[in-house]
Design a binder for this molecule. Structure first.
Ligand code: FMN
Length: 213
């Protein structure tokens, strides 16, 4: 798969088949995550793996109770809060595998490093035909000291990015992207930089629907 195809075609997948993700595939995803860049190569990430639909369904119920009680005001007003409070709604989308990327204490921007690792993992999964979805909704719950204790995660580690992984139950339609907002583009005048040839054609950016996405 071309790298740009992977970037353009990866989707947040919210419907999974019950088929398990093989351990070898999971190991490949972790390896891809490890290859992310990190500030001064500090590699400040650690990974928590939870496997099993039943286990994740139970964790979903507990995460929902916590999140609905602690939702930030703006999110509580959001239409999604109705969806999350719907009985039976699984915040992990009934996936059978959850990878939580934790930031270890580090001097230089460990959260940013972990986000880059997360994107590597999601692109690698897409390359293997697996679907992923970041689950920000469960992040604060997973970061609670008692939950980290329960999972055996050092309390000083920070839950940065929970990501569910599984086999997509079907295609996921693309979500529109806006044009890039270029707030600044300066270059040395008179050097003909705009005329430098580039051998690749860029696909058209998906336009948001009228009125915005
Ligand atoms: C930090 C972060 C948190 C997210 N949290 C959730 C979540 O809790 N539940 C969910 O279904 N999707 C979640 N998403 C997925 C986004 O909704 C999705 O990436 C976005 O709508 C764009 O769709 P696409 O990934 O298919 O391009 C999250 C994405 C990010 C980056």
């Amino acid at each position: 798969m071309e790298l740009t195809d992977a970037i353009y075609q990866r989707r947040a997948v919210r419907h999974y088949t019950p088929d398990p993700v093989p351990t070898t595939a999971l190991e490949l995803l972790l390896k891809a995550a490890l290859h992310a860049p990190s500030a001064v190569n500090q590699q400040p990430w650690a990974f928590g793996i939870v496997r099993g639909q039943d286990l994740l369904a139970e964790m979903s119920e507990r995460a929902k109770v916590f999140m609905l009680a602690h939702l930030p005001r703006d999110l509580a007003m959001h239409h999604l809060s109705d969806e999350f409070s719907r009985p039976g709604f699984n915040v992990f989308h009934d996936a059978g595998t959850l990878v939580v990327i934790y930031a270890k204490p580090a001097k230089f921007d460990p959260i940013e490093d972990c986000c880059l690792a997360a994107q590597n993992l999601m692109l690698a999964a897409h390359g293997l035909g697996l679907g992923t979805c970041p689950i920000g909704f469960a992040r604060r719950w997973l970061d609670l000291p008692e939950i980290k204790n329960e999972l055996g995660v050092p309390v000083r580690y920070t839950a940065v990015m929970p990501i569910v992984v599984g086999w997509p139950a079907g295609p996921t339609p693309p979500v529109p992207r806006r044009e890039p907002e270029i707030v600044c583009w300066r270059e040395t005048p008179g050097r003909g930089l705009s005329a430098v040839p580039f051998p690749f054609a860029m696909p058209a950016t998906q336009k948001p629907p009228p009125g915005g996405a």
